[in-house]
Unconditional design. Structure first.
Length: 252
């Protein structure tokens, strides 16, 4: 005799659905919807090798093996050893070595930095701080509307990756070959704008002063560079030891 469902529940509705307040039916479980596994699963034969059966654990010393192992040692034992007598002997670095930064100038002495802060945004170590200022006709430091009023680089954080150089739109910030930045005072390793600015070459005038090359467009027109690079900047009492990349810019 078939079971009769209680009042309020349909024949195809499970018993626990009657307790739902909304009366929503729970899907019934269909018996034998997944075929049952017949019998016992076949065992998987995974043979475990003992350590003493591993060929890597069996030492097999040979004369060729010793020769290969000590070949590099014997090849360097009789070479002449040379020790660079730094700082009495200073060897030049690669031409594009990433050293201390330089803030370059235009041929008339105006600063190339326009205070855009793109170098600070590109720095992965958060080592650059820039604060822009507005140029006026009475006090002009750069050809654009703004200039770098405050510029600092914390060499305790700088990793000399050069991303700030790539981000600079006016090629104001470049890197020199100077690498002697070790000091005994942490505060002295935070370089200010005055320390980073390139020196005034002959024919340049210290800003602020009006634009001597014409309008603003004349400052950003490529011209062949003439004269010596700006490599005499005084850093911590020492001049730059090599040429800076694009120091002096692409102007005459």
């Amino acid at each position: 005799m078939a079971d009769t469902p209680p009042p309020g529940r349909s024949p195809d509705q499970p018993a626990d659905a009657a307790s739902l307040p909304t009366g929503a039916g729970v899907p019934a479980v269909i018996e034998n919807s997944v075929p049952a596994v017949q019998g016992t699963p076949a065992p998987i034969d995974v043979s475990a090798r003992r350590l003493n059966e591993d060929e890597f654990d069996q030492p097999n010393p040979t004369l060729a093996g010793f020769a290969a192992g000590f070949g590099l040692t014997f090849s360097t034992m009789f070479k002449k050893v040379y020790t660079q007598q730094y700082p009495f002997e200073v060897f030049p670095t690669a031409p594009r070595y990433h050293g201390r930064h330089v803030l370059n100038r235009h041929p008339d002495g105006l600063e190339k930095c326009v205070g855009c802060e793109l170098c600070a945004w590109a720095c992965p170590a958060d080592a650059i701080y820039v604060e822009g200022g507005d140029n006026t006709e009475e006090a002009r430091f750069s050809p654009g509307e703004r200039y770098g009023k405050v510029y600092q680089i914390n060499y305790l954080r700088c990793i000399f990756c050069g991303l700030c150089i790539e981000a600079c739109p006016t090629r104001s910030l470049t890197m020199s070959n100077e690498y002697e930045l070790a000091l005994d005072n942490r505060q002295d390793l935070i370089y200010t704008k005055e320390q980073l600015m390139a020196p005034l070459l002959p024919g340049m005038e210290a800003p602020p002063h009006p634009m001597r090359l014409g309008d603003e467009k004349a400052y950003y027109t490529p011209r062949p560079q003439k004269g010596a690079p700006q490599r005499e900047a005084n850093v911590a009492g020492k001049p730059i030891t090599g040429h800076a990349i694009e120091v002096g810019g692409h102007h005459a």
